[in-house]
Design a protein around this ligand. Structure first.
Ligand code: ADE
Ligand code: ZN
Length: 348
């Protein structure tokens, strides 16, 4: 990093550099990458009736006021996913876009309960996605891993049953997470299932501090043992917590376009990413649910940097480097990707 002259990189060069630099995506719900065109294709293939007459009508409904207003339409969209091949097609469509964005490593969330509640077997979900991950590695050179998320609006018993059903497929996923409606569903509700996942040797992450208060971030760390916090942007309501996150180098997987679409911040120009980086936090940029929020990873980077002129080439490097350091990849892979990142900036 010391040999890179960040001040010599003109701001006009940043969009191209943001697009070209190698990066990892650590907060992507695969069901949130389900584009309207694929929803309609799968609905036809599987004979599923949709509440919208056309792709355009469905897209026009993507106007959200908060997290719950999004989740209602997001779970409805996922209803077209029935067979193992549907999950493969979903995963593969994302990986083709990821390759175009120079993503070299992706840790992808999936929500099995959204599908098992409709009678889909957990094996079809996991094996379809896992097949897409293997093909992404073989054909696109992307290192792709799966993280199973529990839906926090459902009971802990449901999460425990889901983990039990998933454990025969343990070798297909690297960790567990916690997503869905945050308000009124604190991390404490899932203490037992996270303890069991930890005992199975799985990595632990949790959404916290997206809409919920800083106490949820503390509980995700202290009660669940989360290694990364997904979103976490509301940590800035609690300066002691910010100081702790910086000291412990707990990564935050921040999703700028998502935060604006779900009204966490009024505009990108109001986003607290510069404050998070300024406080020395290990923040990363991610796309969350790109089919619903107006863009994949490079779009998040380019729009965020355009809206926040205080972000510099040094910040771009830091964000990409953080994405590798915060990943659960082996140290030798991280070192290789960081060397490629250094090369991209040294020749910018
Ligand atoms: N599931 C998909 N996207 C989510 C988000 N932004 N927050 C919580 N749960 C989600
Ligand atoms: Zn999310």
């Amino acid at each position: 990093m010391t040999s890179i002259d960040f001040d010599a990189i003109p701001r006009a060069r940043l969009p191209a550099l943001l697009r070209a630099m190698p990066k990892a995506e650590l907060h992507l719900h695969i069901e949130g990458s389900l584009e309207p065109e694929l929803i309609f294709r799968l609905a036809r293939r599987n004979g599923v009736a949709l509440a919208y007459p056309s792709v355009e009508a469905l897209r026009a409904a993507y106007a959200f006021t908060d997290l719950q207003s999004f989740l209602d339409i997001y779970y409805a969209g996922a209803s077209v996913l029935l067979k193992e091949e549907d999950f493969f097609d979903l995963g593969w469509a994302y990986f083709e876009r990821a390759a175009a964005d120079n993503i070299v490593h992706a840790e992808i969330f999936f929500d099995p309960q959204t599908h098992t509640a409709r009678g889909v077997t957990i094996g079809a979900v996991i094996q379809g996605l896992s097949h897409a991950c293997r093909r992404a590695h073989a054909e696109l050179g992307i290192s792709a891993k799966l993280i199973l998320c529990f839906l926090r609006h459902l009971s802990e018993d449901d999460a425990l049953a889901t983990l039990d059903a998933a454990l025969p497929y343990r070798h297909h996923f690297i960790g567990v997470g916690l997503d869905s409606g945050e308000r009124g569903n604190p991390p404490e509700k899932f203490a037992r299932v996270f303890a069991r996942a930890r005992a199975a040797g799985l990595h632990l992450v949790a959404h916290a501090g997206e809409e919920g208060p800083p106490e949820y971030i503390r509980a995700a760390l202290d009660v669940l043992g989360a290694e990364r916090i997904d979103h976490g942007v509301r940590c800035t309501d609690d300066p002691d917590l910010v100081e702790r996150l910086a000291r412990e180098r707990t990564p935050l997987t921040v999703c700028p376009l998502s935060n604006v679409k779900l009204c966490v911040f009024p505009t990108l120009a109001d986003h607290n990413l510069p404050a998070l980086l300024g406080a020395g936090l290990c923040a990363t940029i991610n796309s969350d649910d790109p089919a619903y929020f107006g863009g994949y990873l490079n779009q998040n980077f380019v729009e965020t940097f355009a809206a926040l002129p205080q972000l510099s080439a040094r910040d771009a490097y830091r964000l990409a480097r953080n994405s590798f350091e915060a990943s659960f990849a082996p140290a030798e892979d991280k070192a290789r990707w960081i060397a490629a990142l250094d090369h991209a900036f040294a020749h910018a």
